[in-house]
Structure formats: C-alpha cells, structure tokens
Design a protein around this ligand. Structure first.
Ligand SMILES: [Zn+2]
Length: 302
C-alpha cells in the first residue's frame, strides 16, 4: 500500500513532459483594463497547432493563427480594470496537427495600469433623470445586455483595428469620475472629438447587433465581431446601418453627434471582450497585421 503512494508522489514530482507550446507575453505583464497580446508557438519538435482556446483568470481569450504554417498563433487576453489580484492563471488548450491535445497552464503577472481620477460638477438633469427616463434607461440597458450576451461562435474580423473617426482623443478610458462629490462611475470608453456630421466607420468587420436611439447614449450602434468581442459607438447624430447588417472594416456606420446625455458632440467608443470593457486606445494600437496571413485549411488524415 505504501509503495503505491510513494510511486504516485514520484510521478507528480517528475512533472509532465517538456512544454509542447512556447508562450510569450509583453515584459510588463498583463495590465488591468487592457487586452494583452500573447504569442503562442508550437515547440520545434511538435506539429503545428490546429486549434487554440484558453482563458486568463477564467475569462476566455481569442486566438488566431499568425503564420501560414500554423506554428505561430496570437491571442488577445483581457483583464478587468477592477482586477485586484496580481497573478491570474493563463490556461491554453491546443490541438496539434498530429491529433494530440496539449494543455498548458501557468500563472501570469497582472499589473495595475494607471487611470485618472476626476471630480466634476454637473447640472441636476444629468444626475436625476425622471421616473419615465429611468424606466426607459432600464429597458434600454436590458436590451443592450441581451445583445451583448449573444455568442457568435465564429470570429468575423481579421487584422488590426481601424480608428472609428478622425478626431483627437479628448477623454481616455478608465477615468474614475465623481459627480458633484456623490455619484461615482468609471469612463469605460474612449472619447474622440468630432463635429456633428463627421463620419464614423466600423473599427473591424462584424455584424450590427444594435442600431437605435437610447436615453443615455443617444444614437447607438453595437457591432458583434464574434467570439464575444463587441464595439460600441455612442451619441451619433445619424445611423446608416441596421441590425443584422454585416459591415466591413472601415465601412460607414453614421455620423458624430451630441445625442443622449452629453455636453457636446463627440464619439464615445467602447470595446467589450466577453464581460469586460478594455481600453479602446490600446486595442487600436495593437499590430495584428500577422492575422492577415493566408492560413491553408487543415488537412486531416483519415
Ligand atoms: Zn465617453
């Protein structure tokens, strides 16, 4: 009986075979409120990667091949802006061309990204909506939740993200705002300046999930890019697309406006990954050009 226990322990100490996957991330680690690019390669002695899924701290990542031979993959891994833990498990599950299933799991370092703190004085109508307005906003929030809960299993976009409008950045993502020393909120989008009527385009290919007028966000378009990645466009003066339309990267969605609860015309642009909002400026800056390579379909052996 004892001999069996000892043998089991020795097996555990010996550990698994050398990693079949080489995994690399930026030296700074995984900042809060961002989607970080992870590079995954199949080890030289192993066969190419046919499929790759995974999670960081239990949140799904989005992975795609980044070389024609399928040996190099990239994955976007989001971290909540409110994440307090400084280490999260990064879990990868790959299927290799030889049919073997490969699991990989290691702790990944999380760092706290700096976000601003602002104290604002605003007029009462921004703070206290009427009962009817509150009811309307609650209905609209529910409709948005339903749209965002839709999981499109295929990835509809490829390559780097396009800037949705030409204007300069006027308010960054992540600022913690306190209104009249009372109500607190996080700014979970990026504000881009623009005159009423300035064009807004789709940041990436996707399907229009919502195109409507809302109390807080005014003229609103939500695009589903697949794999629970969504982008949102708020305060639009004009909407040129309809729910269900498939829009290409750079295709017009409408125009900048000052609709909803705002003080002036601008685009509030949001990127949502699963249940997390991430910094749109960082997403726009990602070089995903390797995603544009042609990857031949996998030939499975009988
Ligand atoms: Zn905003």
């Amino acid at each position: 009986m004892i001999a069996v226990v000892v043998a089991a322990c020795m097996l555990a100490i010996a550990g698994p075979a050398p990693d079949a996957l080489d995994v690399a991330w930026p030296a700074e680690g995984f900042p809060t409120g961002r989607a970080t690019l992870v590079e995954v390669r199949s080890a030289p002695a192993r066969s190419p990667i046919v499929s790759l899924t995974g999670s960081l701290g239990g949140r799904a990542i989005v992975a795609f091949p980044a070389s024609g031979d399928r040996r190099r993959w990239l994955a976007l891994a989001p971290v909540s802006i409110e994440q307090k833990r400084r280490q999260l498990p990064l879990v990868l599950d790959a299927t290799l061309q030889d049919g073997s299933a490969v699991g990989w799991r290691k702790p990944a370092p999380v760092i706290e990204a700096p976000y601003d703190e602002r104290h604002l004085k605003v007029s009462k109508k921004f703070i206290k909506p009427s009962v009817a307005q509150r009811k309307r906003a609650a209905r609209e929030a529910k409709a948005l939740s339903v749209a965002l809960a839709t999981v499109t299993p295929e990835r509809l976009w490829r390559g780097s993200f396009a800037r949705p409008t030409a204007g300069v950045e006027t308010s960054p993502f992540g600022t913690r705002r306190t209104y009249n020393d009372k109500k607190k909120s996080r700014h979970l989008g990026l504000d881009l300046d623009g005159a009423v009527g300035a064009p807004i385009v789709a940041t990436a290919r996707g399907r229009v999930a919502l195109a409507t007028e809302r109390f807080y966000s005014g003229g609103t378009v939500v695009i589903d890019h697949g794999h629970s990645l969504f982008t949102m466009y708020f305060h639009m003066s004009r909407i040129d697309v309809r729910v269900g339309d498939v829009v290409e990267k750079g295709q017009g969605l409408g125009a900048v406006g000052a609709t909803g609860q705002v003080t002036g015309p601008h685009l509030h642009f949001t990127v949502r990954f699963g249940e997390l909002y991430v910094d749109p400026a960082r997403v726009l800056a990602l070089d995903l050009s390797a995603d544009a390579v042609d990857v031949p379909p996998v030939v499975t052996r009988p």
